[in-house]
Design a protein around this ligand. Structure first.
Ligand code: FES
Ligand SMILES: [Fe+2]
Length: 466
């Protein structure tokens, strides 16, 4: 007997007519104009991209950020504009626990405070730049672009995917994608789009098993039945066995996809067994309008019984997942282009779980006209906010002594005031350091209206795929 389609089984699909008209009615807010809430931790780079004694430039929603890894101690993050003439600090050089601008040599400590101007007396030092709290975990560097005071209470999951579990092998992947982050969330959660992947995966029929909606969370569960075509090798590697279209393989595995704002996870499980696949993924907005994102994914695959088999087959699995990602990327960028061409969101979404997801993203995000991302909370550190002679008086800037006294090669206890002493892992070493990252549940974000800052230039980051 034919399996019902996903939409036939959706628990509230009977109200589909209402859903369709409701979806149109509810589009008073254009989701593509909703910005990410900056009061969360966002990945901005892979740990391996930032070598010791180096600095790189990254972006969060148009905000340029310099990541600095001293020879000793943890990574710190500063606004990537020298207070003098706005040259990127990421073009400078790392000296002890500071970064020195490449142009006139102004130096900034971990707190962002200017600690040296080579041609000025120590008593006349000008202001510094904004600093961002940083956490380094599981091979990723996260920054907290919002209110640094909130960084202490907003959590990251203890472990991303299964990176710590030797029973799994983890792939780190991602690149810049030319679309609003909401398209990425919708694409991953809507398994009806297996239709598009037919060439890669054969004919698969998704069956929608149910959904969950909680504050800050939407979850969808599916099973799958193969209706034709051969199982691709990459998929067989994930499941550890070859599967055909016979009844014994139908709907055995349950795929659970969850958006826990602002992140997304997907895992596949058979019965009570450990998941065969566990994905954690985040989409960090890049440009000021948030119409591009940089995707950071950790894909953990359970090792099959034969030792070394997964390592041998890894290149095939990478190629398989790359092909799938390429198809997804092309389609979401086409969706984004249509939004631009039409001047807004004309989606006619009929799948209730996706409408719930859209509502969640709209609720948790920040309408573009009230976005908090443009106004640095710590702007008291910027020269545009005070004169050179005015003292620094802001919670996000520690005492001057914190920078001045931090000896080269000796890490400050945290990246900056407002940052969080956190679970840190050095790039590629597996080394973990102090771990006191707050693990409190993330409360639904509160919206605030901020003055907008001058427009910022866009920049791109290097795609990183392994
Ligand atoms: S522009 Fe940075 S020191 Fe002059
Ligand atoms: Fe897809």
């Amino acid at each position: 007997m034919d399996q019902p389609t996903a939409t036939e089984l959706s628990d509230d699909f009977e109200t589909s007519c209402e859903t369709v008209s409701g979806a149109k009615r509810n589009q008073t807010v254009d989701l593509r104009r909703v910005h990410c809430d900056p009061d969360f931790w966002y990945p901005v780079a892979w740990s391996r991209e930032l070598k010791r004694g180096k600095t790189i430039g990254v972006r969060y929603a148009g905000q340029p950020i310099a990541l600095i890894r001293p020879e000793e101690g943890n990574v710190f993050a500063l606004e990537d504009r020298c207070a003098h003439r706005q040259v990127p600090l990421s073009k400078g050089r790392v000296q002890g626990q500071s970064v020195q601008c490449c142009y006139h040599g102004w130096a900034y400590g971990r707190s962002g405070r200017c600690i040296d101007v080579p041609y000025l007396g120590k008593g006349k030092l000008p202001n510094g730049v904004r600093t961002f709290p940083v956490i380094e975990q599981d091979g990723l560097i996260f920054v907290f672009p919002g209110d640094p005071e909130k960084a202490r209470t907003v959590q990251l999951p203890a472990t991303l995917a299964r990176v710590d579990d030797p029973a799994y092998k983890t792939r780190r992947f991602g690149q810049e994608v030319g679309c609003h982050y909401s398209f990425m969330h919708e694409n991953l959660m809507d398994m009806n789009h297996q239709f598009m992947h037919m060439k890669q995966m054969g004919q698969m029929r998704p069956r929608f098993l149910g959904q969950k909606r909680e504050p800050g969370l939407v979850e969808a569960r599916y099973s799958f039945a193969r209706t034709g075509g051969k199982q691709p090798l990459g998929e067989a590697l994930i499941f550890g066995e070859r599967r055909d279209a016979s009844a014994k393989h139908q709907d055995r595995d349950v795929m659970t996809i969850r958006t826990t704002y602002p992140y997304q996870t997907l895992h596949i499980q058979t019965g009570d067994e450990a998941p065969v696949m566990d994905l954690w993924i985040a989409y960090t907005p890049q440009d000021k309008d948030q119409l591009t994102n940089r995707t950071f994914g950790l894909l953990s695959v359970k090792r099959p019984g034969i030792p070394g088999l997964l390592d041998l087959a890894w290149p095939f699995l990478i190629a398989f997942t790359e092909r799938i990602f390429a198809e997804d990327r092309e389609i979401v960028e086409l969706e984004q282009q249509a939004w631009k061409d039409l001047g807004g969101d004309h989606n006619l979404e009929v799948f209730p779980v996706i409408n719930n997801l859209r509502a969640l993203l709209a609720e948790c995000g920040v309408p573009a006209d009230t976005s908090k991302t443009d106004t640095p909370t710590a702007c008291a550190g910027s020269t545009s906010c005070r004169t050179a002679e005015q003292p620094v008086a802001t919670a996000s800037r520690p005492a001057e002594a914190a920078d001045a006294s931090a000896p080269a090669g000796k890490p400050a206890p945290s990246t900056a005031a407002g940052s969080t002493p956190a679970r840190q892992r050095a790039a590629g070493t597996g080394e973990k350091t102090a771990t006191s990252a707050p693990k409190a549940a993330a409360a639904p974000p509160k919206r605030k209206r901020h003055r907008s800052r001058k427009p910022q230039k866009e920049n791109s980051v290097t795609p990183s795929v392994s």
